[in-house]
Design a protein around this ligand. Sequence first.
Ligand code: 5GP
Ligand code: MN
Length: 340
Amino acid sequence: MDKLIAQKAKALLKEPKKIVIIGHKNPDGDAIGSCLGLGFFLKNEGHDVQVIMPNDFPEFLKWLPGCESIIVHEKETDKSKDLIDSAEIIFTLDFNAFNRTGDIAPFLEKSKAEFILIDHHQQPDDYAKVIFSDTSMSSTAEMVFHFIDALEGKKSITSEIATLLYTGIMTDTGSFRFPSTTAITHRVIADLIDAGAINYSIHEGIYDSNSEDRMHLLGVALKNLEILPEYNTAYITMSQKELDDNNFKKGDTEGFVNYALSIKGIVLAIIFIENKQENIVKMSLRSKGEFSVNNLARKYYNGGGHTNAAGGRSEKSLSETISEFITILPNYKNELTNED
Ligand code: 5GP
Ligand code: MN
């Protein structure tokens, strides 16, 4: 972490402050792990800290230390508004544009707090006094570790903090296998295990908590898998009815898109998930190599993310979204077929 950025953060955190830490809408393991991990650290340093999420988070994260203290804006809007209004410092973690926080965005726009941004997504907006943005990082949780280290706090990493940061790194790296996983990532993981993260328990907590319904839903997803060999592309669709028939719960479809990407030769994989409540089709995009799903999601799907993992949405119906997607693909034929 750049020394100048660390100095700015240190100066802001010299005295006890009223701090709010916010993650993105539909929080994942990295958002929850990095926000709660940083939260514990700052609390132990004497600050008044509250973690707020725009909406609820999946069941498989609900065992994480401190998760019961999170305020979910959608459920406790007045409390969340008051906390944001009175905050002196607002950390925004694992996103870099206010619109990623959904209904919280207008309150962030109005806020007089100093913002500290810690994030690894591309193209950050310019709203923060302290910007720690690094797209080469595996996860925001790894960045929080470097942030704590820059504040000379490594010795203050408790087993709770270690568990949370380990979870964020593990979930964002596909268990340490994506290209963003570096030797430094593994050194950070070693430090976290030394500090009390129990690696096998965390893996079990996250990955061995499937419900029978989720397994049936996975069966439907795999049945719906379509391959477009001329574009090295595979996609999965999930209709609202299929979700309802299998008692869908938040988080149940997480990771399904990776099955499409795991097919030999596939460069681009997408899952399209119908959401009748919001009247949108939500999509998760994944790629191998140079092909940028961030660019694709930004251009066509009002989204973004990283080169190899991004998200977006369409306001068309599920079938129209798929037809449109198929008409977009020829624009990328060269990029999709020139990969190694
Ligand atoms: P997922 O497909 O797992 O929801 O998200 C993959 C990556 O893209 C994550 O880093 C996530 O933060 C980002 N992402 C997901 N949805 C959106 C979106 O609508 N807009 C932007 N800018 N990023 C997104
Ligand atoms: Mn992340």
